[in-house]
Ligand binder design. Sequence first.
Ligand code: TRP
Length: 451
Amino acid sequence: MSQPSAQPDRGSWATRIGFILAAVGSAVGLGNMWRFSYIASEGGGAAFVVLYLVIVATVGIPILTSEFVIGRLSQESPVLSLQRLAGPAWRPLAWLFVVCGVGILTYYAVIAGWTLRYAVDGLRGAIRGDTAAYFGSVSEGGDAVAAQLVVMALTIWIVARGVKGGLERANLVMMPALFVILIGLALWAATLPNGGPGYAYYLRPEIGELFSGRVLAMAAGQAFFSLSLGMGTMMTYASYLRSQTNLGREAATVALTDTAVAFTAGLVVFPVIFNFGLSDRIAESTVGALFISLPAGFEQMGTAGNVVAFAFFTMLAFAALTSAISLLEVPVAALVDGWKMSRPRASVISGIVTALIGLRAAFDVDIVGASDQIVGNFLLITGGFFICLLAGYRLRAQADAELAKGLPNPAARRAWLVFVRFIAPALLLVVMYSALGPTWRALLVLLGFGG
Ligand code: TRP
């Protein structure tokens, strides 16, 4: 048995679909809803989509499989298991995971707060006139803090209720709702009279971009962020697995669903932007299009626009919340397993610490961007690189045996190992290198030196 120090009460998923939806819930987040289509339109349109699929297959699925495998093998938080399985030298990696979980949630909760605020105000028809000014007034300061605290309270509450009663149940409700809203919105967007050029812009095939190193690095970074890799989230989720299912197949299911959602979100965003003549604002900023351009389009539709705005931002809020709970789960699992703390207490403590650190981001949007660059971009990639070394070298035999429980085919496992040992880490090094400059500049912003 591979459940040495597992506590009887640390919880587990009740169903296979519950685990899959939770992993998809973690992966599907704000990164899918806007960042993907934005990068696609910047990086060669349809050519980017193809390249992205290749990267998901060669880097995303193998690393996701690795996290699943190590998690199920360990049956405990990485804070304990990395040391136990791989030795004390690997302990800092587990701490990096906790730092990333808390670090991302500090600003992720702020953005999630905006989506909640927009859902409510969208329904009331209160987002009108100068939507840029509106965004400015709610994205920083007291309003942003209030929304951020609501998000953190919800996150703490769900996580405190446990794996089955909290995480699994929340995802079983929110994820199907998200799918329904997304498909509904995509169908609605297809009926817009002047949305056609939006599709053309989103998916114009610029084959030349396929061979640009810049686009490759962008695609790899995006795939990584979107799949919630590199910080032990998926490892922690898989540590609550009791079944012996094929983790390679589970990883592929999660990755393809995540990609399908990202792709479909672009089928909503671009037709809307072009239909309402907002295309000149596309390049302004990634966040801007979501929170400034789209609401301006919804407003032009009158009352029906209120309903669409509500649906759209509720979908974003669900995407953000199901990711937020998986972020908090990393420090919570560390406290529960490592410190034998009760889950509710661990949730409240780590949630409050995160919310307090996040206050700075709620008061200053520049902190959101800088933290995202440092943690969401650079540290995640670094963590992912070491996860490759862990699964592909240090724990190679054990990981292979764990994967074999559900995937007896040796050729498939050999392919996985080749990707984890050579291809994925090489690509991640390239991405890390290309992220050095922006990360350094972001660090200066965070320390108060730059702007
Ligand atoms: N995948 C999330 C998104 O697309 C963001 C994210 C990155 C994340 N790493 C994570 C979410 C870890 C949860 C856990 O928006």
